[in-house]
Design a protein around this ligand. Structure first.
Ligand SMILES: [Mg+2]
Length: 254
C-alpha cells in the first residue's frame, strides 16, 4: 500500500458520533501520532472555533492542538484574501465563522455595501438576516456558502443544514453560492497551500461519500471511506469508488 504523509480526517461519523466516541477513529489518530505521520482534522463545521474543536476532541480522548484543525471558515478567509487585499463582508453564522473572518485585519464586517456575503450555519437565523443577504447579493456582492450540507444528523433527527439555508438565499437572489467546504476542492486546495505536502502525499478520510470522498475526487486526493457514519457499503455500489473502503479505521494499516 502507498505510504501517505498527511491524513485529512473528518470528525462526525469518523472520530465521534454526536456524544459517542468511535474508538477505531480515536485509535487511528493515536496510531498516526505514534508513527509521527501528519494529520489535519478537516471538518465542515463552521460553528466552533478551532479551540472548541480541540476541546471537543479532548472529550473523546484525542489529544491535539489548533495547528491540526482546518475549517471552511479558515478556507473562506484565505479564499477572500486571495481575491482582495481588503474586503467588506456581510456574515451569517456563529462564533466559529465570525472569529475567523474578523481575526484578519484586512476583513471587516459591513452590512451596508459588502463585497461578499458569507453564509454559514446559524441557529439564530432570522428573516431579517436572509433579507439583508439577498439584498446585498442582488446588489452585486459575491455569495459564498461555507458548506453545502443540506442536513445535519442530530440523534434521530436530520436538522436543516447550511446548504438548505443557502438554497433559500439562492432562490431569492437568483445567484448560486460558491461553496468552500467539502466536497469543494477549495477547502483542500487552501489547506495544501499552507502545507509542505503535495496532493499525492495526502489521504482524505471520512464517513460521508458525498462530502469527504467527493472532496477527494474534486481535488485529486486519494480517499478512504469508513463505514462508521452516514454511509453503508451498498450506498456506493455502482458508483465511482473511493481509493479504500473499510468497516472501521482499525482495518486500515499505516
Ligand atoms: Mg462525517
Amino acid at each position: 500500500m502507498k505510504q501517505y504523509q498527511l491524513f485529512l480526517i473528518d470528525l462526525d461519523g469518523t472520530i465521534y458520533r454526536g456524544k459517542d466516541t468511535i474508538e477505531s477513529g480515536v485509535n487511528f489518530v493515536k496510531r498516526l501520532q505514534e508513527k509521527q505521520l501528519d494529520y489535519i482534522f478537516l471538518t465542515n463545521n463552521t460553528t466552533r472555533t478551532p479551540q472548541m474543536v480541540v476541546d471537543k476532541l479532548a472529550g473523546h480522548g484525542v489529544k491535539t492542538d489548533i495547528q491540526h484543525i482546518y475549517t471552511p471558515c479558515m478556507a473562506t478567509s484565505s479564499y477572500i484574501l486571495s481575491e482582495k487585499k481588503t474586503a467588506k463582508v456581510y456574515i451569517i453564522g456563529q462564533i466559529g465563522l465570525w472569529n475567523e473572518l474578523l481575526s484578519h485585519p484586512e476583513i471587516s464586517f459591513d452590512d451596508q455595501n459588502p463585497d461578499y456575503v458569507v453564509v454559514g450555519m446559524d441557529t439564530d437565523l432570522t428573516y431579517h438576516k436572509i433579507r439583508t443577504a439577498v439584498r446585498h447579493i442582488r446588489n452585486g456582492a459575491k455569495f459564498i456558502g461555507t458548506n453545502s450540507d443540506l442536513n445535519l444528523p442530530s440523534g434521530d433527527e436530520l436538522l436543516p443544514g447550511n446548504g438548505s439555508v443557502c438554497k433559500m438565499i439562492e432562490v431569492a437572489s437568483g445567484q448560486k453560492p460558491l461553496f468552500i467546504g467539502k466536497p469543494s476542492n477549495i477547502i483542500v486546495d487552501k489547506l495544501l497551500e499552507r502545507s509542505p505536502y503535495s496532493k499525492q502525499d495526502c489521504l482524505i478520510v471520512g464517513d460521508n461519500y458525498l462530502t469527504d470522498i467527493h472532496a477527494g475526487f474534486n481535488s485529486g486526493v486519494d480517499s478512504l471511506l469508513t463505514l462508521t457514519g452516514v454511509n453503508k457499503r451498498e450506498d456506493i455500489s455502482g458508483k465511482r469508488q473511493p481509493s479504500y473502503v473499510v468497516d472501521n479505521l482499525d482495518e486500515f494499516e499505516l
